[in-house]
Design a protein around this ligand. Structure first.
Ligand code: CTP
Ligand code: MG
Length: 228
């Protein structure tokens, strides 16, 4: 099975508020995007990487990826779903032999290789779609429109979802075709709309999405050292 990884990295990183797009923010001297792409290849399960970059930063992204050698960079779109769709189209050109696909946020730069392997191996066992998940530790409440608590949600069956998400390539293509511009916050969400089964594997705390300055501080102090 040949695996292509799509890396949406075209966001501006507004909540992080750095001077450069989030994917180019450096931890221990290397861009988050480089950490993420290297982790994918280090898993030993990924043969091709396609990166959706901010359209005005293609040269900067290519330069940041230079130490890696092998990655295809394309211009991303306005929303994350658009960036994934564009990367999926490119995957058809650069990896026509691929039959499985991962979608992995550049912002989850320190996802351990074992999590990536667990996702790929579940696709290899025949799963059409796979997501890494973690139990929810906070109590979750549902509010009404005025902000008052309506109910407490039973969290025992709730899970927080990470990336990489893995798919049989034809399943992800069908999901994006059917979405027709109607996006979702993750790719498995599009697959669910097709009525296709989505399986889960254990996620990992180190796969957190770097969203805020606080998350970046965690990555700097803990995660980069673990990944080294
Ligand atoms: N992403 C993308 N194309 C977009 C928007 C987001 O490829 N048009 C990517 C981001 O680069 C990131 C991932 O999708 O790797 C998850 O998005 P998020 O964490 O929200 O990143 P940003 O959109 O950059 O951050 P913010 O929402 O704070 O601006
Ligand atoms: Mg965003």
């Amino acid at each position: 099975m040949s695996v292509v990884a799509l890396v949406p990295a075209a966001g501006r990183g507004e909540r992080l508020g750095a001077e450069v797009p989030k994917a180019l923010v450096e931890v221990h001297g290397e861009a988050l995007l480089l950490h993420a792409a290297r982790g994918l290849l280090a898993s030993g399960r990924v043969q091709h990487v396609v990166i959706a970059a901010p359209s005005d930063q293609l040269d900067e992204v290519a330069a940041a990826l230079h130490p890696l050698g092998a990655a295809h960079v394309i211009a991303g779109g306005a929303e994350r779903t658009d960036s994934v769709r564009l990367a999926l189209d490119e995957a058809g050109r650069v990896a026509p032999d691929a039959d499985a696909v991962l979608v992995h946020d550049a912002a989850r730069a320190f996802t351990p290789p074992e999590t990536i392997r667990a996702v790929v191996d579940e696709v290899r066992r025949g799963a059409p779609a796979v997501v890494p998940v973690l139990p929810v530790s906070d109590t979750i409440k549902q509010l009404d429109a005025s902000g008052r608590v309506e109910s407490t949600v039973d969290r025992s069956r709730l899970r927080a979802v990470q990336t990489p998400q893995g798919f049989a390539l034809d399943v992800l293509r069908r999901a994006h075709d059917a979405a027709d511009g109607d996006g979702a916050t993750d790719d498995a969400g599009l697959v669910e709309r097709l009525g296709v089964e989505v399986r889960t594997v254990p996620g990992h705390a180190h796969a957190l999405k770097i969203t805020t300055a606080f998350d970046l501080a965690i990555a700097e102090s803990v995660l980069a050292a673990c990944a080294a």
